[in-house]
Design a protein around this ligand. Structure first.
Ligand code: FAD
Length: 671
């Protein structure tokens, strides 16, 4: 890496010139850096807004799951069968499904080798369990903090190899070289603009440039667009600046939502539901407490069974609404919080009144599945907290360690955004439509409508390895010369400097960056989360565009330290804008409720008597399952264009050994 200075608009800016920059210090970013180094490309660096930030390091769940090929027992499994299961989720490319399956064992064993404590038996078999959308038992877990262990162990590898890390650098733009008209080639990424968060007070406001041949973009999911979210607070995402530079989105409609606690962000799956907690709501001033589920269910037994099932049917799924299915619980919680503007809590200290006598739950009301699960767990007694302590004491301790005592207090909950199956477009080497730009990990739109639990973590490892393989085989060339780089980066750097200056010129006694963000996030939670409508998406798009256009005048910062937040707000607005456009296009194309969201349909049914007409819905008929929707933003006029493409099938290659060997030796497989 070489470092030099250039002068833009009278400011001396540092430029770092190197082969590959990896943005993000999560499980995907660290694995990309580590793999690239192993493959021989050493002219690399990681840029992160904060080493300890992001989803992988700061999240977890009851039994955080990693999905891979079966590696134990005598059950049949194969790469193609695993690929088929991924592909069957709908709206997913078959060739990508095949790669995810083919590399899963290699990626998994790497994690084992670097010390992630995945359990195996005394014969060395990595036993598995069945997760959602999984016909086998391919899932494994290193406990509630699987993704944290992965990140920490991968970070250790990166540090051991002395890979340069730019810690405290927030990327605010991607620099691309546009092809000239008629040239017949694609745009290509050539660099980045970042804010050095330690130099915001200096005349250059921290502006730092990276002149690089390749970018591996591991910035995670678009967490910052939602108010109600179980993503860790340190995760915001940076998809907006990618859209701004012409990188396409794919399947942006396909996000996952589910019930989680909000003060301490944690998914309430598994035992937290299986012990049958009491769902209560109160008005926003804390009065009028009631057990609101009672108003909708036809019997206490049906209500308790639905709560129980929520334990292993965690993500909201419109197919599980009818007949008092488990996802009706999500709808009812959403109705209390977003429509009635009340607060919802889980109470573990007492049994639901409906179905209890003198506080004792009548277990005979339970369906067979619920009853036998609790009986087998020796938990047919007491209050929910007694059952939770008996069945899963660490689940109680976890909250205690985070300042919430479930033995004494209520737990505030909401239906929260958790994961995006879609994201930025990538091919089978995870390269986007803009050449030399590789989105990996959650920011890549790898998946379609449904995916097996744990496949997101597999994907962080597979995608980052593929990008590293492709770069080391094909993209070793030098970055742009100093002169060429100045020519390409000048306009975009000047535009971002102008934006920063207008924020600085608009300084006032108090900053409104957090307030503006919250307003935008609340819009998305209302109009672009699990309950959607064409009208809502159009309203959101209009409001978003207004906010983008007026951002410079409306933003008031107090000091230079607020600049990064203002730039993040810009990213959030652009991301919302493109995501809402994707929702609009999906509904306009006839798409209805699927995945983890409900689409308003005036001729559909209201899930339960007592709910408003905005919940009228019908299930999607599947005609769009074999298509993906790609979205591209024209940042000059803020127009979003959608293109529906058929999914690519799972490749059927002959795989004759000698043929593959030849192609492999001659580098034919990686062109
Ligand atoms: C509550 C919860 C439970 C989950 N459980 C599971 C599970 O059981 N199984 C499963 O497979 N998946 C699960 N997931 C999903 C999975 O954890 C994530 O998809 C995965 O960790 C994402 O990893 P990543 O490396 O792509 O991104 P992240 O870990 O989010 O890392 C992104 C990195 O990019 C940095 N960054 C972002 N923007 C910028 C910028 N502008 N400049 C510089 N740096 C930037 C961030 O600071 C961070 O370091 C869960 C997610 C949540 C929220």
């Amino acid at each position: 890496m070489e470092t030099y200075k250039i002068n833009i608009e009278g400011l001396e800016l540092d430029v770092h010139r190197l082969n590959t920059v990896i943005v993000g210090s999560g499980a995907a970013g660290f694995n990309a850096a580590d793999s690239l180094h192993d493959l021989g490309q050493r002219d690399i660096a990681v840029i992160t807004e904060g080493m300890k930030m992001g989803t992988s390091r700061n999240t977890g769940s009851d039994k955080q799951t990693y999905y891979k090929l079966t590696l134990s027992g005598d059950a049949n499994d194969s790469v193609v069968e695993m690929a088929r299961n991924l592909f069957q989720g709908g709206a997913m490319h078959g060739d990508i499904a095949l790669v995810e399956a083919a590399l899963s064992a290699r990626a998994f064993y790497k994690l084992v080798n670097i010390g992630v404590p995945f359990p195996h038996n005394k014969y060395g078999e990595y036993v598995g369990y069945k997760t959602d959308h999984d016909p086998r038992q391919r899932a494994t877990s290193a406990g509630p903090l699987t993704s944290r262990y992965m990140t920490e162990k991968l970070e250790k590898q990166v540090l051991k190899k002395a890979i340069r890390i730019f810690d405290g650098f927030q990327v605010i733009a991607i620099i691309t070289e546009k092809p000239t008209a008629g040239e017949g080639r694609d745009a290509k990424a050539v660099g980045l603009i970042a804010l050095n968060l330690k130099e915001l007070d200096m005349p250059h406001m921290g502006f730092t440039l990276f002149n690089c041949t390749n970018i591996i973009y591991a910035t995670g999911g678009p967490a910052g667009i939602y108010a109600t979210s179980v993503y860790p607070e340190s995760q915001t995402g940076a998809s907006g600046i990618a859209f701004e530079s012409g990188i396409k989105g794919i399947n942006l409609t396909e996000s996952q939502y589910g019930i989680a606690s909000t003060k301490f962000r944690w998914n309430l799956s598994g035992t937290y539901q299986q012990v049958l907690p009491r769902y209560v709501s109160v008005s926003c001033d804390g009065t009028d407490e009631k057990e609101f589920l009672n108003e909708y269910f036809e019997s206490p037994g049906k209500m308790l069974d639905a709560i129980f099932l929520k334990g292993y049917q965690w993500p909201f799924d419109p197919r599980k609404i009818s007949g008092f299915g488990s996802s009706i619980i999500d709808v009812l919680v959403y109705n209390e919080t977003q429509v009635k503007n009340r607060k919802v809590y889980l109470d573990f200290t007492r049994n639901n009144t409906w179905g209890s006598t003198n506080g004792e739950l009548d277990f005979s009301l339970l369906g067979q599945e619920t009853l036998s699960y609790l009986a087998n767990s020796g938990a047919l007694f007491g209050a929910p907290i007694d059952r939770l302590s008996k069945m899963n004491r660490p689940a109680v301790e976890l909250y205690k360690n985070n300042g919430i005592d479930l033995e004494k207090e209520y737990l505030e909950i909401a239906v929260c955004a958790q994961h995006n199956n879609g994201g930025l477009v990538g091919n089978v080497w995870w390269e986007s439509n803009v050449r030399h730009f590789f989105p990996v990990g959650e920011v890549n739109g790898t998946f379609g409508i449904y995916r097996p639990g744990g496949s997101a973590l597999n994907s962080t490892q597979v995608g980052s390895l593929r990008a590293a393989q492709y770069i080391s085989a094909n993209y070793a060339q030098e970055p742009l010369s100093k002169q060429d780089f100045i020519e390409v980066c000048q306009a975009v750097t000047a535009a971002k400097l102008e934006m920063a200056r207008s924020f600085m010129d608009n300084r006032s006694g108090t900053s409104n960056v957090i307030a503006l963000r919250l307003t935008a996030q609340e819009r998305m939670t209302k109009l672009g989360a699990l309950i959607r409508s064409l009208e809502g998406a159009e309203k959101g798009i209009e409001e978003c565009l207004e906010d983008i256009r007026n951002m410079k005048v409306r933003t008031k910062i107090k000091e230079a330290a607020d600049l990064p937040y203002a730039f993040q707000n810009h990213d959030i607005l652009v991301t919302q804008y493109v995501y809402l456009n994707a929702i609009k296009h999906y509904i306009s194309a006839g798409g209805r409720s699927r995945g983890s969201y409900l689409v308003y349909d005036e001729s559909g049914n209201i899930p339960l008597e007592g709910l408003g007409i905005q919940f009228r819905f019908s299930l999607d008929n599947g005609t769009l399952n074999d298509k993906v929707c790609e979205m591209v933003l024209d940042a000059d006029c803020y127009e979003c264009n959608a293109e529906w493409k058929p999914v690519r099938p799972i490749p059927e290659e002959g795989n004759w050994f000698e043929s593959v060997w030849n192609a492999f030796r001659e580098g034919e497989i990686i062109k």
